[in-house]
Design a protein around this ligand. Structure first.
Ligand SMILES: [Zn+2]
Length: 320
């Protein structure tokens, strides 16, 4: 269904070998290296030292981008790790427990840089906070992605789903950025400082009318979000009518951009709750069903979050 091959200046990329319908689980992968909430750079390095030689080679083959500022911070973390682990190792040898094992600060910096550059945030509800998936890391970024990854805790795997139909030969893309609706300049700055590349997706291409229209919509979405947050903070927006209106506007803007996935389903499910609060049960059910459909596409029916959405729809159906 898919293959890894050259994506030009971007390096490697993942491409559809056949037509992939929306909602398809394209592939899934178990984490190669992961940290739990509360763990730090030292834990990442320690975990990396127990990788098999094959897994280590796969990990070291991933891309890395480090700014000077980050390099300085990571070297200080590496030196600290080396110092504390060398001391504890010496102490253990003195006591006759264990052999000396020398951490390597240069290797420490490389491991942490690759991890930070490639790790996915798995969300607060997951057993892992961040994890690296070597094959998924080959999927390049787009500000208008055609796929989304979500971690399935029970399966222990990160599943990649098509959020819209993907044509044969089309490159699979994910959104690397957390914030939705940021203007092109902001996205480019974050991608350059975080990953070391500038995006050339259709939403970033200002030479086309498609790119310019997309930019207008995103700037508008960003302005509306900022205005809404300001109004809420200032206490001028209290009614849930206004909240519903804001949620609906974001839905329209995301759909205008053809952005699907969890962000959109969450908005629909929020709109369902607000409609229900106003006694608009028909509208509430319509929004919840749309949210469920999007969750089915981006999560799959075996995902616990899909099951939550299904329950919300069932509850609303009973109320009709
Ligand atoms: Zn872009």
């Amino acid at each position: 269904m898919h293959e890894i091959k050259s994506a030009g200046l971007k390096g490697l990329g993942v491409f559809a070998k056949t037509f992939i319908p929306r909602g398809t689980r394209i592939f899934s992968e178990a984490p190669l290296l992961a940290i739990s909430p509360g763990q730090n750079a030292g834990d990442i390095y320690s975990a990396s030292r127990s990788l098999s030689s094959d897994d280590r080679r796969r990990f070291l083959g991933l891309s890395t981008h480090v700014t000077n500022e980050l390099k300085i911070m990571r070297w200080s973390q590496a030196v600290w790790y080396t110092l504390t682990h060398t001391l504890s190792s010496l102490f253990r040898r003195e006591k006759g427990i264990g052999a000396m094992s020398w951490p390597n600060p240069k290797e420490h910096v490389t491991i942490i840089s690759i991890f930070r550059n490639n790790a996915f945030n798995l969300g607060a509800s997951s057993a892992f906070q961040q994890a690296v998936f070597p094959k998924i890391s080959r999927i390049n970024h787009s500000c208008v992605p055609n796929a989304q990854g979500n971690f399935h805790d029970e399966l222990g795997r990160f599943n990649i789903h098509a959020t819209r139909d993907i044509e044969t030969g089309e490159e699979l893309t994910l959104n690397y950025l957390q914030e939705l609706g940021a203007a092109r300049e902001v996205r480019q700055e974050r991608l350059m400082s975080g990953y070391g590349f500038s995006c050339e997706c259709t939403a970033c291409d200002m030479s086309s009318s498609k790119g310019r229209d997309s930019e207008k919509r995103r700037v508008k979405m960003h302005e509306e979000l900022a205005k809404y947050v300001e109004e809420v903070a200032g206490g001028s927006v209290q009614s849930s009518e206004a909240e519903l209106e804001a949620v609906q506007r974001f839905i329209r803007l995301l759909e205008g951009e053809r952005i699907a996935g969890r962000e959109l389903s969450s908005l629909y499910l929020e709109a369902a709750k607000l409609n229900e609060g106003h006694g608009k049960l028909k509208e509430a059910l319509h929004c919840a069903e749309r949210g469920l459909e999007i969750d089915r596409d981006c999560l799959g029916i075996d995902h616990p979050l899909y099951q939550n959405s299904l329950k919300a729809v069932d509850d609303l159906r009973r109320l009709q």
